[in-house]
Design a protein around this ligand. Structure first.
Ligand code: NAP
Length: 261
């Protein structure tokens, strides 16, 4: 796969993708907003794994920043062989009384950016006849739990369509659908997780290892853990009225707006 470009590499699943890819001897391009965190990570990866780690700070809700990342994906200098579209966030607000500007930023980050970067990567990779695109969806994409579920449903369907179009080109597209995973996601989104059972939680290390194994074998759909494979199978066959009755928006912790949208 050569060089891997990971969005949202400063924390959570993206940080874990960066570590596992570097440990597997891939050079990495690290993308997120927090340049300090990315620079520290790049130093650690270079020292520990002996790979080259580039830092590419970008706000992926900003069209000019997204265009710079797309340019890096098209570059023939140290060509990117794996794109991991991972950056994302939870808004945890109701839609009707929520802030529509925050909704627009979430849509930009988890839908438009995924589309634009996939387009840049797919074009460059098909010209070279090899490469892989990994988009991070969610089990939530099978539910009806707010605009987040809609964004992740889009990521799944988009990736399946892309995989179909890429067949025979040497380039693959995979969508990974994690369940609840220990990262900074819930704290940043001020999402109350107190009522989630311990058994619902996955470790980032396991989610990333499963996703990368599925990318290596060219799978289109990746659902880490038996638990969430079972949950997903159930969500696929259940009547939508039953799916709609399950889960949904809960008031943010301390009823404060999410700070990081
Ligand atoms: P996290 O720990 O909060 O990390 C989110 C990452 O996204 C950070 O590196 C953050 O970096 C980056 N990011 C956020 N907004 C950005 C922006 N505007 N521009 C560039 N980068 C931005 O969350 P996570 O759980 O690892 O989430 C990774 C992906 O997994 C997301 O797509 C999420 O929807 C998905 N997911 C998570 C779970 C879960 O339970 N954790 C479950 C299913 C799916 P900066 O702040 O430095 O920009």
């Amino acid at each position: 796969m050569g060089t891997a470009l990971v969005t949202g590499a400063s924390a959570g699943l993206g940080l874990e993708f960066a570590w596992q890819l570097a440990t597997a001897r891939h050079d990495v391009v690290l993308v997120a907003r927090d340049e300090g965190r990315l620079t520290r990570l790049a130093g650690q990866l270079e020292a520990a794994a002996g790979v080259r780690a580039e830092v590419l700070p970008a706000d992926l809700t900003d069209h000019a920043d997204v265009a710079r990342v797309a340019d890096r994906l098209r570059s023939d200098e140290r060509p990117v062989g794996l794109l991991v579209n991972n950056a994302g966030l939870g808004l945890n607000q109701g839609f009707v009384d929520g802030d529509v500007a925050a909704e627009e930023r979430a849509l930009e980050l988890m839908v438009r950016t995924v589309m634009v970067l996939s387009h840049a990567a797919a074009g460059a990779m098909t010209a070279r006849g090899r490469g892989a695109i990994l988009n991070v969806g969610s089990v939530a994409g099978l539910t009806a739990t707010g605009t987040y579920a809609a964004h992740k449903a889009w990521v799944r369907v988009f990736t399946e369509a892309l995989a179909r179009e890429l067949k025979g080109t040497g380039v693959t597209a995979t969508v990974v659908a994690p369940g609840f995973t220990h990262t900074e996601f819930h704290e940043r989104g001020r999402i109350d997780t107190g009522h989630y059972p311990a058994a619902a939680w996955l470790d980032a290390e396991d989610v990333v290892a499963a996703a990368l194994a599925d990318v290596r074998r060219g799978a289109v759909l990746s659902t880490p853990s038996l638990r969430y494979k079972a949950v997903s199978a159930l969500l696929r066959v259940a009547p939508r009225s039953a799916v709609r009755a399950f889960g949904g928006y809960r008031r943010p912790l301390e009823d404060a707006p999410a700070t990081d949208a």
